[in-house]
Design a protein around this ligand. Structure first.
Ligand SMILES: NC(=O)c1ccc[n+]([C@@H]2O[C@H](COP(=O)([O-])OP(=O)(O)OC[C@H]3O[C@@H](n4cnc5c(N)ncnc54)[C@H](O)[C@@H]3O)[C@@H](O)[C@H]2O)c1
Length: 268
């Protein structure tokens, strides 16, 4: 679905033409502004809006994207009242909160995608610093989806079950965390616009966990109602994601430093 004439139809046709090479059998359709085509959706991913240009923060997009996301969410809900919403448009945490408030949906059905991507960037930088395969590394990023608000949890990151701090000194871990936090800005500078392969893969990972009830733990921006000592805000925390959407918010035992970082993020 796009507002630009023919664009979504073209994307759908392009994706359809990957079927024999990628080996799937699915009908893919696109539509310009006709929301009736989306009727009865189980999961809706909102990516509408403008991306940032080099040097911009995600927060600078709020003026334009707030109106777009609100309009899109209201049109979608009118045709798919039972859908689970995945919000991608930036500033993602704020857009997630806005969607929750403008649709009035239960909090379990509104999920902001940012932590999945930030965590995979974190694992890429850890893998480079360790010189070890990414798939042997686990780690997550909580907090906000912003250059200064992400909290890469280096203390809890592991390489094949062992703390990464057994292999990397504090300076190396600090550099990994700093690179992760500006991971999106680094790509925007290189590409001239927002990245798309890793964001697309992270969305697919999240949607797969919902549709196939995988119950994966994925850091997502969700509405807090007392969890982590906070209320009435959407922010990144680890969640169990399954067919009901956010099935559980996982309560991590944060240390004092991490708790202070989390509290600071909420003040920004
Ligand atoms: N949360 C994340 O991790 C993450 C990652 C990457 C990008 N993003 C964000 O996702 C958004 C999209 O990024 P992109 O690179 O795909 O941008 P893009 O410009 O390629 O695509 C956005 C599309 O939205 C469409 N659009 C604009 N107004 C619309 C409306 N009212 N109704 C329907 N469609 C409308 C545009 O025509 C455009 O095709 C940006 O805000 C970007 O910052 C978030």
């Amino acid at each position: 679905m796009d507002i630009k004439e023919g664009f979504a139809e073209g994307k759908a046709l392009d994706i359809m033409q990957t079927q024999t090479t990628l080996g799937f059998n699915t009908k893919v359709v696109g539509s310009t502004n006709d929301y009736s085509v989306t009727a009865g959706s189980d999961v809706v991913v909102i990516t509408s809006g403008i991306p940032r240009k080099p040097g911009m923060t995600r927060e600078e997009l709020i003026g334009i994207n707030a109106g777009i996301v609100k309009t899109v969410a209201e049109n979608i809900i009118a045709h798919s009242p039972d859908a689970i919403f995945v919000i991608v448009s930036n500033p993602m945490d704020t857009m997630t909160y806005l969607t929750l408030k403008s649709t009035g949906l239960p909090k379990e059905r509104i999920i902001g995608m940012g932590g999945a991507l930030d965590s995979s960037r974190f694992k890429t930088y850890l893998s480079q610093a360790l010189g070890k395969p990414q798939n042997d590394i686990h780690g997550m990023v909580i907090g906000g989806h912003g250059d200064t608000t992400m909290i890469p949890l280096t203390r809890l990151a592991t390489y094949n079950g062992l703390p990464v701090s057994d292999f990397l000194d504090a300076a190396a871990l600090e550099k990994v965390a700093a690179d992760t936090m500006v991971g999106g800005a680094t790509l925007t500078k290189l590409l001239g616009t927002s990245a798309w392969y890793a964001p697309g893969a992270s969305v697919a990972y999240l949607v797969d966990s919902i549709l196939n009830d995988q119950k994966r733990i994925i850091p997502c921006s969700v509405y807090l109602d007392g969890e982590y000592g906070e209320s009435d805000i959407c922010i990144g925390v680890p969640c169990i994601i399954g067919k009901a959407g956010v099935e559980e918010i996982v309560a991590l035992e944060l240390n004092e430093e991490e708790k202070a970082l989390f509290a600071k993020v909420l003040l920004r």
